[in-house]
Design a protein around this ligand. Structure first.
Ligand code: HEM
Length: 389
């Protein structure tokens, strides 16, 4: 293979994954990564089809390359149908009971308060000053998390996602933070057991599938997964969107002048540069693809971020074009496991960013270099410093 090696654990990959993805798509569309001990799929057609073919590409051993075993087989991202279908219907129903629209005003108020705190400085660390407290604040309405836990929660969730690129294992800090989040979730659930409220956690506690309540571990891990996914994904995605606009001033000016463009900016950002890049599946049987045999039991890394830049699907894919309206992008996945928090995430990002643009109509990167959280799944900035006048 002419010395080409792609290691999903390496920190270099996230500094600029797109040329590597292109080489994989063009030359090694079904690539065995020796250091990753996994196959990597990068062409749009293959990634979308693997995401939809849950019978062959199972999530039951985890949907992250280095998933924490305690989380596997017991929650939405880590189960297959039929159990997954039933659990999903239940959570979907719970999400649907509360219209996201009721979060618009609180999100706007939080966005304003966040901007007020830094406005006079002309600088913002976008994640800890803005996207994270707002996301967790909005999530707290949904899940009943106390708002003053926002920063602590974020620190632990970011730790959980981290893998040591040398050992290819979760760091001790990551495992400790997982333990912390488990206990934290259990405390929230205990409070709901004693005093049920109208939030999603209470609903998960009371829910029944075919007349049976969820098992204790399922309740705990489903609640934990919603907290983890909610805290990290929407906040990091909002940061990626701000980064895209800081790097594309034309698009920034257009959406500042016309907030109606925000939904298009969100969809193009989900395609172009989303934080949720690579999700794992495990083959349930041998499967032939592009002349290679994926064996039963092999890990498969389904690279949504690479599929979203495939010119076989999106013309001129490396151009950030807010007029593109890329309906079929995989920024939120597809198939049975398509993101369940998508309407919530779109609403928060649209509301918070519209408010951001109203108060801060022009902003730039304060530093050209970005450090990325060491994760095999997410490409999320550790921090995003912006400046404005
Ligand atoms: C813009 C922000 C977000 C992005 C980019 C994102 C991305 C994704 C992607 C790509 C998947 C598919 C994973 C797979 O194929 O295995 C997914 C699934 C999921 N997401 Fe999101 N997500 C976001 C926000 C959220 C929020 C706010 C929540 C919760 C409040 C959430 C909860 C979940 C859950 C529970 C799943 C698993 C669904 C299942 O397996 O049935 N996500 N997300």
């Amino acid at each position: 293979m002419s010395g080409f090696i792609c290691d999903p654990y390496s920190r270099e990959l996230d500094s600029d994954p797109f040329p590597v993805y292109k080489r994989l798509r063009d030359e090694y569309p079904c690539y065995w990564s020796e250091p990753g001990d996994c196959w990597m799929l990068t062409r749009y057609a293959d990634v979308a089809s693997a995401a939809r073919n849950w019978e062959v590409f199972s999530s039951a051993s985890g949907n992250m390359l280095d998933d924490i075993p305690e989380r596997t087989g017991v929650t939405l991202g880590t189960t297959d149908p039929p159990r997954h279908d039933r659990m999903r219907a239940l959570i979907q129903y719970a999400f649907g009971r509360q219209q996201n629209e009721y979060l618009v005003e609180p999100t706007r108020t939080m966005a304003n308060a966040a901007i007020e705190r830094i406005f006079d400085t002309g600088r913002i660390e976008f994640i800890s000053d803005f996207s994270s407290p707002i996301t967790i604040g909005a999530l707290s309405y949904l899940l009943g998390i106390p708002q003053d836990h926002a920063e602590t929660l974020r620190i632990h969730v970011v730790q959980i996602l981290q893998t040591d690129p040398e050992t290819r294992k979760k760091t001790q800090e990551s495992l400790d933070s997982f333990q912390w989040l488990k206990e934290y979730t259990e405390t929230l659930l205990d409070e709901r057991r004693k005093k049920p409220t109208d939030d999603l956690l209470t609903y998960i506690l009371q829910a029944e599938i075919d007349g049976e309540k969820l098992r204790d571990l399922e309740i705990q891990m489903t609640s934990l997964t919603l907290i983890m996914a909610g805290v990290e994904s929407a906040s990091s995605f909002m940061a990626m969107l701000a980064l895209n606009l800081a790097d594309h001033l034309d698009a920034q000016r257009r959406v500042v002048n016309d907030p109606q463009l925000m939904p298009q900016v969100i969809e193009e950002s989900l395609r172009y540069n989303t934080s949720a890049q690579r999700f794992r599946r495990t083959a349930t049987r041998d499967f032939e693809l592009h002349g290679q045999t994926i064996r039963a039991g092999d890990k498969v890394l389904n690279c949504y971020g690479a599929a979203n830049r495939d010119e076989r699907q999106f013309p001129d894919p490396d151009t950030y074009d807010i007029d593109r309206r890329p309906k079929q992008h995989l920024g939120l996945g597809t198939g049975k496991h398509v993101c369940i928090g998508a309407p919530f995430a779109r609403m928060i990002v649209r509301t918070a960013m519209t408010e951001f643009h109203r108060r801060i109509p022009e902003y730039h990167r304060a530093a050209s270099h970005i450090d990325w959280i060491p994760s095999t799944t997410f490409r999320s900035p550790v921090a995003l410093d912006l400046e404005f006048s």
